[in-house]
Structures are given as C-alpha cells and as structure tokens.
Design a protein around this ligand. Structure first.
Ligand SMILES: Cc1cc2nc3c(=O)[nH]c(=O)nc-3n(C[C@H](O)[C@H](O)[C@H](O)COP(=O)(O)OP(=O)(O)OC[C@H]3O[C@@H](n4cnc5c(N)ncnc54)[C@H](O)[C@@H]3O)c2cc1C
Length: 462
C-alpha cells in the first residue's frame, strides 16, 4: 500500500499528470491498443518531459514498484501496462524537431509515427517507419522498425544516430557513436531493456512528398498465381521497391466491389522510393496481371500511404500475432499461406509477407542488436477479432498456421511481433547478439528494473 504523503510529494514533482484508479480518465489512460490485455496499474505517470520521467523512475525505485513504459501503446504483447505498479506513459511527449540542413530529426519518446512523418514530410524528408501511423516511434525503433523505406535506407534502428536515456538509477545519459556507444548499439534493436528513451535522433532522406504507390487487391481464388508473380517481382526488385503481400478480409465499403465485401482478398501494397515513372514500370507486371477487384498504381503523398492501413487495426480489438522470418517462399509455402488465410477467423485478421533484403541485409548481424540480416521475408500471422468468446478459435488458428510454416523459417523472430506468453522466443529474437545484450543490460540495469519488455535478464540475476 502506497503512503498518501509520498504519492502527493511525487505528484508535486511532476509537470505532467498523475492518474489514479479513482480518476474519471483512469480507464481511458490505461487502455492500450490490444484489448486482450487488461491490467490495472496502481498509478499512471503521464510525463510531459525528461524531468517527469526521472521523477517517475526514482519514485518507482524507492517504493519498490514494478514499472511499465508506454510509448505509442501498440506493443502486441501489451508490455506497456502493468498490474499494481507504475505505468510511465510517454504519450504526451510527442514533439518532433527537424534539422533540414543536417537531415536529422529529434523525436520525443512518446511520439507516434504519424507525428514524425508529418513534420519530416514538411521538408520533403523521411526516415524508415512502420506502416500504421498510430504506432509509437519508441517501441518500433527499439525493436528494429520495418517499413516501406527499409530496403532502401535500412531499419528505423539502423538510422538511429543518438538517444537521450533515463536509466534505472534516474540518471539522464546520452548514447551516440562516441558516447556510451555500447548503449546505442543495444538500443538499435534490443528493445526497452536499457532505460527510457526520452529523445531519439534519426538520419533523414529525401522522400516524396509523392511516391509511386501500388495498392492491388485480388480475389483470393487468384492468390497462387498472383503470389508467384509477386515473388518474381520482388526477386528482381531494386532496393527502392517494397511491396508487401497480405491476405485480408475485403473491407465492406467503397471502392471495393460489393460481392467481395468480407471475403478474403490478396492485397499487394507498397511503394517505390524514387523516380515516379520508374516505380510505375516496376509495378507493371503486377498491375497487368490477373483480374484484380481493385487496382491503384498511382503517385500518392508518402504520408497518406503511411496511414492507409490505420483503420484495419482498430484500437481495443482483441489481437494475437505470431511471426517468423522466412528464408524463401517456395510454391508449397504459398499453398499453406493461402489454405490457412482462406479459413481465417476474426474480422481484422491478416496474414502478411514483408520483404527484407536490400539495405536491411547489407548490415552485419552484429553491427546492431537486431540480428536478422539474412531473412528474405517476415511472415506475420495476425489474428484480430472483437468478442472474447472467439479467443480460443482465433489463437488456435494462429498457432497452427504459424507452426505449419516453420519449415521455411530462418528460426528467427522479430521481437516487435511477439505476443504475450511468447517469452521462450526472446533468445530467437536477439539471436547471436543475446549474450552481448545481456552484458550491456548488466551494466545499465543490473537489477532488471526495466523488466516489462522483451526481457533480457542481466547476468547477475540469471
Ligand atoms: C497495428 C500495428 C502495426 C504495426 N506495424 C509495424 C510495422 O509496420 N513495422 C514494424 O516494425 N512494427 C510494426 N508493428 C509492431 C510495433 O513495432 C510494436 O508493436 C512496437 O512495440 C510498438 O511500439 P509502441 O511504442 O507503440 O508500443 P508500446 O506498447 O507503447 O511499447 C512497447 C514496448 O516498447 C518499449 N518502449 C516504448 N517506447 C519506449 C521508450 N521511449 N523508451 C523505452 N522503451 C520504450 C517498452 O518496453 C514497451 O513495453 C505494428 C504494431 C501494430 C499494433
């Protein structure tokens, strides 16, 4: 039981807000994207600056409270929220400052991808970010950061130049190539294990503002031939071309033809980050293929592409994801993908293939904490549904489908797509970098104060 006077003195130190279970906004503030995760923190510190984060860390340490850190609240496993502890909510820390001359951007720890893209695109610049604009820059970058620009410019983590970090001791330190460089290495893919990042600095590139985009939707019955053509296009693709293949439920709305509403569809979605006409030519083999129910190959503001799948993953839905990196996608893998996706339960369920390669795979496995530099595709099996009574069916389908695909796997998994209860896969997420990360964890957080994450236990407590 927390002493009232101590809570009051903590509250006085905060410029932001301290939200308690009796407050009318408690449920709204504690809720995260994945509705399957329902936990009740004793306190929520809504920080508005680094000083608040330091106060929150010090208070939790002194009171022996468990902490969880919320960036954008889109962590699939729901580690952003804890029971009976202190949830350190960074979502009000979302300032973004672009230095267009130096081609750098500084992003506060709770900003969303859309906040960053909005500001950088004002200068015709961008860095790699994920494909749903309401995802947090924090969690996404610390785990890696796969997006439409990844094959061209590397992962978000590869473009992380420096960071300000609040440590478990409540100290503010800087990590860069020249200062605490071991920490910068660990932040490039090692997750939220090492401290709370209050500011990220990324390298920027000239992108758009319009890029050539492809959004092609085919009835699932044409799936095999389209996926074979997709594979051929991606086998031959230059780095600037990134197209994801997805099986989704056709949205029940215009401009999708009514006869397909709610039925499975194969979608090929992505962009060419370069000359518009060259991009169009590269997408022609897919544009001219089969009988799509909807095809759009057109220039589009990069910012719009970045939010075009936001509505497909509504807040508060129930989600269970499993993923694995694949070496290749031979024909029998395509058959399995189509068979399972055809009978997918859940209105928001999607199966996707994200192509790796290009700049992502030119970085050495141990150059950053993210080790998956030899994978050709990332396969995500992502069940999404609304009703609790459907939990078992959706989770079983995900697991069975995932297991069937393991023949094609590299054995590696992306830490950012791990679900709750998949802790035994954490070693596979960090691969050969696990032990080096463990040493760095022992240096910066020997007591495992930051444990609600894809946790790497320090050597001393292992
Ligand atoms: C709809 C959806 C789409 C996605 N699309 C992509 C995609 O295109 N590409 C991709 O790579 N990933 C994608 N992801 C996965 C995403 O990268 C992870 O879910 C990521 O953890 C989300 O970060 P967040 O800050 O929103 O999450 P949160 O739940 O807030 O945070 C997750 C964890 O990250 C850590 N963390 C967050 N911020 C900080 C910080 N500032 N300092 C220290 N630790 C921090 C904490 O340990 C926290 O528990 C997607 C996820 C969803 C739900």
């Amino acid at each position: 039981m927390l002493e009232q006077s101590k809570v009051e003195s903590f509250s006085e130190k905060m410029r932001g807000h301290l939200v308690m279970p009796d407050d009318s906004n408690y449920d709204e503030v504690r809720t995260i994207w994945n509705g399957i995760i329902d936990r009740k923190p004793a306190l929520i510190a809504q920080c508005v600056g680094t000083a608040d984060v330091v106060s929150a860390v010090n208070f939790a340490r002194e009171e022996g409270l468990e902490v969880s850190v919320k960036g954008g609240g889109h962590g699939v496993a729901g580690k952003a929220i804890c029971d009976n502890g202190l949830m350190i909510d960074l979502s009000l820390m979302n300032t973004v400052r672009v230095d267009s001359k130096a081609k750098r951007v500084r992003v506060e720890g709770g900003a969303k991808l859309g906040d960053m893209d909005h500001e950088t695109q004002a200068f015709g610049l961008a860095t790699t970010a994920g494909m749903v604009s309401v995802t947090g820059v924090g969690g996404l970058t610390l785990g890696g950061g796969i997006g439409y620009l990844g094959r061209t410019y590397g992962l978000s983590a590869d473009n992380l130049m420096s960071a300000d970090v609040v440590t478990a001791e409540g100290k503010v330190i800087h990590a860069s190539e020249t200062e605490n460089s071991d920490l910068l290495w660990a932040l490039r893919g090692g997750g939220g294990n090492f401290g709370i990042v209050t500011s990220f600095e990324f390298k920027l590139y000239e992108v758009g503002p319009e890029v050539m985009t492809g959004q092609l939707f085919f009835p699932i019955e044409q799936g095999k031939e389209v996926l074979q053509m997709y594979r051929k296009v991606m086998d031959e693709a230059p780095d600037q071309l990134t197209l994801n293949a997805m099986v989704i439920k056709t949205p029940p709305a215009e401009p999708f033809p009514q006869q397909y509403h709610g039925k499975p569809a194969l979608a090929i979605v992505g962009c060419y980050a370069g000359d518009l006409e060259k991009g169009r030519r590269l997408m022609e083999p897919l544009e001219d293929f089969g009988q799509p129910m909807l095809k759009m190959v057109q220039p589009m503001p990069y910012k719009h592409l970045q939010s075009s799948f936001d509505a497909a993953n509504p807040d508060g839905g129930r989600y269970y994801w499993k993923s694995q990196f694949l070496k290749s996608i031979p024909d029998d893998a395509l058959d399995t993908i189509l068979d399972y996706s055809f009978k997918a339960p859940g209105a928001f369920t999607a199966t996707f293939l994200e192509p790796m390669g290009g700049a992502i795979n030119r970085i050495g496995k141990s150059d950053t904490a993210y080790p998956h530099r030899d994978a050709m595709y990332n396969l995500g099996v992502c069940a999404g549904w609304m009703e609790e009574e459907d939990d078992d069916a959706c989770i079983s389908w995900t697991r069975e489908f995932h297991n069937k695909m393991s023949t094609y796997s590299t054995g590696g998994v992306y830490s950012n797509y791990l679900s709750e209860g998949e802790e035994e896969r954490i070693k596979a997420a960090f691969g050969e970098n696990f032990y080096r990360l463990q040493k760095i964890k022992s240096k910066y957080d020997p007591g495992n104060f930051f444990s609600k994450n894809m946790n790497i236990k320090p050597v001393s407590t292992t």
